[in-house]
Design a protein around this ligand. Structure first.
Ligand code: COA
Length: 325
């Protein structure tokens, strides 16, 4: 059996916000954002919810994979910005889709979330416990940002990406060849967002203000350029192929300079690294599946192409996969 991604889908909020739009509401500029990150725009929710974006992305992936809601027996949603703490995003999506045969749960691994969801789905499918998984990376990061912190809020966007992962007969192709993932909780505070303050009959807290994402950009940058090439090499070695065998490297879309640095470290041409951060910014767990859907729907992915997916971010966490389309 081969475990394959059989369909992809994505959804971006209708409201597009350019760097110039941001410079009207805060002290920033298109020049600063573009030279530091490569970003030109991002899409931010106005009426959409994380559930709604996820369900729309899922429907497109299901249609492409020719999978009905009843066929899905596992839903894993990677998110840090679900609409409710409970019920989970995956259960909300299950309800929206009418996927009544599925077991549904969420994964919180921030920008590596889609890779962690893929790894988890792979393990379930490999064990034979489930046959058809819907995995999602979906974020409404605009509600997690401190809009008075210009060094962070300009970097992130909203959106959702989905993939159907199935156990397929061997003649359908190779599918997922290797997966690696890792965590370093010791460095977690360089990219953080506090949970709810404790307030119960025995604890009085002064903290009333909602917590937002805080980031030490330079530390996160150093972590990314150190860790991603290592994780990609490890996944490629585990798959028993070489970097030159890879047609596309689909990396988390945090910063064009990080992507260029990874390409340089791996001695691979930048043309093998598709990007959409110019239009989407960083959408945490949603970045990789949205970009994957993007290149899939543009017809860039041909049957037999070998690709790397890689995510990295808060936790700190990282993950990479090699798969043949
Ligand atoms: N517009 C204009 N100026 C800004 C700004 C903005 N949006 N945000 C910060 N600045 C200013 C700061 O106030 C600071 O000014 P000062 O030097 O007068 O104090 C200066 O710009 C900092 O610039 P610089 O030191 O050049 O920043 P940088 O090169 O480290 O770039 C990041 C900042 C965040 C773009 C960069 O560190 C980065 O991309 N890090 C990785 C972040 C990331 O990928 N996170 C997600 C991982 S999943």
């Amino acid at each position: 059996m081969a475990i394959k991604i059989c369909g992809t889908g994505s959804y971006l909020p209708k409201h597009r916000v350019t760097n110039d739009d941001l410079s009207e509401i805060m002290d920033t500029s298109d020049e600063w954002i573009q030279t530091r990150t490569g970003m030109k725009a991002r899409h931010l929710v106005t009426e959409e919810t994380t559930t709604m974006m996820s369900a729309e992305a899922a429907k497109l992936a299901m249609e492409q994979a020719n999978v009905s809601a009843e066929d899905i027996d596992l839903i894993i949603a990677a998110t840090i910005s679900q609409d409710y703490i409970i019920p989970t995003l995956s259960c909300e999506v299950q309800r929206e889709l009418g996927a009544k045969n599925a077991v549904a749960f969420d994964i919180g691994a921030a920008c590596s979330g889609f890779l962690f969801a893929l790894n988890t789905a792979y393990s379930y499918l490999k064990s034979g416990q489930y046959q058809t998984a819907l995995i999602l990376g979906a974020e409404t990061l605009s509600k997690m940002m401190d809009w008075e912190d210009r060094s962070t809020c300009v970097l992130f966007g909203d959106g959702a990406g989905a993939a159907i992962v199935r156990n397929m007969p061997d003649e359908e192709g190779i599918g997922i060849e290797s997966l690696v993932q890792g965590s370093d909780g010791a460095k977690g505070m360089v990219l953080a967002c506090k949970g709810r303050p404790v307030k119960n009959p025995y604890v009085e807290t002064e903290e009333e203000r909602m917590s937002y994402v805080t980031m030490d950009g330079q530390e996160v940058y150093k972590f990314a350029v150190r860790t991603v090439p290592k994780a990609v090499k490890e996944a490629v070695e585990k798959a028993e192929v070489t970097l030159d065998d890879i047609d596309y490297f689909v990396l988390h879309q945090a910063n064009i300079r990080i992507i260029e640095s990874v390409a340089k470290h791996l001695h691979q041409p930048i043309e093998k690294f598709p990007t959409n951060l110019q239009e989407c910014g960083n959408i945490s767990a949603a970045s990789v599946p949205i970009l994957l859907d993007d290149i899939n729907r543009k017809g860039l992915l041909k049957k037999g192409n070998r690709i790397v997916l890689a995510g990295f971010g808060a936790g700190l966490t990282w993950g990479a996969a090699v798969l043949t389309w």
